[in-house]
Ligand binder design. Structure first.
Ligand code: SAM
Length: 206
């Protein structure tokens, strides 16, 4: 990783790995039941923020097709360029999620899948607090986190030639962070991946 800041490793990594990670025509896959549940929880034409939206497929694409007003944020130029092409009906902003700014109570739901695990640990609790401010009371947060605690990197991730970096705590700590930020945790589930996995939390803004 040389002397690069870990977030710069992640940003450059996703520029390189974008097409290895998700094809343009990927289907909803494991996200399908999550997208369907979220759509049933929010009003028609809801305002939904997708933080760390990647190439917009499948989450922003499916939520926009369901009639919701979707805003995606991602700091990878390649991911955002693809998202703007693949989901022209949504709005995409190229920015670091931890520096993004929205008025209070802007969204009915915020989706953040497989992004928190790429943030330095000291930046994670403050982002949960900002997410809580951006949500309307009763709004939904759908977020994947680490399941066990680990910080590390992998060279040539997904055969892209790029290094990727992750940092996460265990799911009990994430539950505490999400609760402290002003949410009631409604449910959580283990999402297996390879030899490990992630935790998917459904949380409601108090
Ligand atoms: C594993 S991908 C997941 C993409 C999408 N959420 C999905 O589940 O298909 C993680 C995404 O988060 C973005 N990301 C990571 N750290 C970020 C940050 N600090 N600010 C904005 N985007 C970030 C990456 O560029 C990448 O597109």
């Amino acid at each position: 990783m040389d002397d690069l800041h870990p977030k710069e490793v992640v940003r450059r990594g996703y520029d390189a790995v974008s097409y290895h990670y998700r094809r343009d025509d990927a289907d909803d896959g494991q996200y399908a039941p999550w997208i369907a549940r979220l759509s049933s929880c929010v009003p028609a034409r809801a305002d939904i923020l997708d933080l760390g939206c990647g190439c917009g497929v499948p989450v922003a694409r499916s939520l926009a097709r369901a009639g919701h007003a979707v805003t995606g944020v991602d700091f990878s130029a390649v991911q955002v360029r693809r998202a703007r092409n693949l989901v022209p009906e949504a709005t995409f902003i190229q920015a670091d999620a931890t520096g993004a700014a929205f008025p209070a109570a802007s969204f009915d739901a915020i989706v953040c899948l497989y992004m928190f695990i790429h943030l330095p640990l000291d930046e994670q609790p403050p982002l949960f607090a900002r997410i809580a401010i951006w949500l309307r009371p009763g709004g939904w947060l759908l977020v994947t986190t680490g399941h066990g605690a680990w910080t590390g990197s992998e060279p040539d991730w997904l055969g892209s030639g790029a290094t990727m970096w992750w940092s996460h705590v265990d799911s009990a700590t994430y539950r505490a962070w999400i609760s402290t930020a002003g949410f009631g945790v409604v449910s959580d589930e283990f999402v297996p991946e390879g030899a490990g996995g992630h935790t998917l939390f459904w949380a409601k803004r108090r």
